[in-house]
Design a protein around this ligand. Structure first.
Ligand code: NDP
Length: 246
């Protein structure tokens, strides 16, 4: 299997795309550190994995980078891949911008990624490892009404490209996947009411040229590819998984 003997940290492994990434990486033989704040959900992800070593790391990506690295090393002794998947949505445009929500979105989607990547990097240099960031098609193309989120993901994309250039001579690859709309809890936890969700989903279906939204596994398979040596000559790439929406 393509990730046998590789130790992979997956943030946001307690739900949605992150849980699917854990499933696919486990199938590929990876050893997993499953990071998130919700213990019960992390346990559910872990219990769904078959035939792989996995450890739960209860941590907040905005402030626990050092602890995530320490617990992974204490348990598994090395780090080969970091998947920065944890993320949150933000609402509205500039006129109705809630600056505290903007700070929170940037803190999770960008600053948390930077802090954890910086903490993991010395270990990736030892293993000639890889980083895969879960961005969004909203990082590539502007959508009115998603200011905080779009700005956070566009900045994340530039972070991906810049760190890829910095690390390329040292053999560490850095790439992102940029999904379109995928049905997960993110839209509900963000506050879209049940009665509005149907309309949101239909508009999302209409907005994708392929006439449907994505599935968590479609994102996870691309993450597994970019994490593996099959992508050994790929770095600084943004990989849209959005039915042609970008
Ligand atoms: P979910 O809400 O299902 O999952 C989000 C995950 O992020 C949860 O596991 C949550 O874990 C974790 N998380 C959030 N904040 C923190 C934090 N501070 N510390 C640690 N973990 C955190 O959403 P998705 O699976 O949809 O989202 C995953 C990624 O995919 C995000 O980066 C999102 O922007 C991106 N994406 C999603 C799209 C979609 O349509 N669903 C489209 C494009 C991109 P916990 O609650 O346990 O802390």
């Amino acid at each position: 299997m393509s990730l046998s003997n590789k130790v992979v940290i997956v943030t946001g492994a307690s739900s949605g795309i992150g849980a699917a990434i854990a499933q696919v990486l486990a199938r590929e033989g990876a050893t997993l550190a499953l990071v998130g704040r919700n213990v019960a959900n992390l346990e559910a992800t872990k219990n769904n994995l078959k035939g792989t070593k996995a450890e739960i790391v209860v941590a907040d990506v905005t402030k626990d980078a050092a602890a995530i690295v320490k617990q992974t090393l204490d348990k598994f002794g090395r780090i080969d891949v970091l998947v920065n998947n944890a993320g949150i949505l933000g609402a509205g445009g500039l006129i109705d911008l809630d600056i505290e929500e903007f700070d929170s979105v940037m803190n999770t989607n960008l600053r948390g990624v930077i802090l954890l990547t910086k903490a993991v990097l010395p270990h990736l240099l030892k293993t000639k490892g890889a980083v895969v960031n879960v961005s969004s098609c909203a990082g590539i193309r502007p959508f009115a009404g998603a200011l905080s989120y779009g700005v956070s993901k566009a900045a994340l994309d530039q972070f991906t490209k810049i760190v890829a250039m910095e690390m390329a001579p040292q053999g560490v690859r850095v790439n992102s996947v940029n999904p379109g709309f995928v049905v997960t809890n993110i839209h509900k936890t963000f506050g879209i009411a049940d009665e509005d969700y149907k309309g949101v989903l239909q508009r999302a279906i209409n907005a994708h040229p392929m006439g449907r939204v994505g599935d968590v596994t479609e994102v996870a398979e691309a993450v597994a590819f970019l994490a593996s040596s099959k992508a050994s000559f790929t770095t600084g790439a943004l990989f849209p998984i959005d039915g042609g929406k970008h």
